[in-house]
Design a binder for this molecule. Structure first.
Ligand SMILES: [Zn+2]
Length: 70
């Protein structure tokens, strides 16, 4: 696929685990698609992936607030 950074066609999607926060707010998201380009060496997330991560984060926050009220 085309690399958004350098425009070469050798970019590949890798799936990795990413973690956000720490301690009780630690959130680990598995199988995050990361576009990795061997030509320019960049690894980046698509806007869609960032959007989904944002939704997961907000969902987890709501969950944490719900637990605090029990
Ligand atoms: Zn590139």
């Amino acid at each position: 696929m085309l690399c958004d950074i350098c425009g070469q066609g050798n970019a590949r999607i890798r799936h990795i685990s990413r973690s956000y926060g720490k301690g009780e707010t630690l959130l680990v998201i598995k199988n995050v698609p990361v576009i990795s380009c061997p030509d320019c060496g960049e690894s980046y997330l698509t806007a869609e992936t960032l959007h989904q991560i944002d939704r997961i984060k907000r969902g987890q926050l709501r969950c944490a607030e719900g637990n605090a009220r029990l």
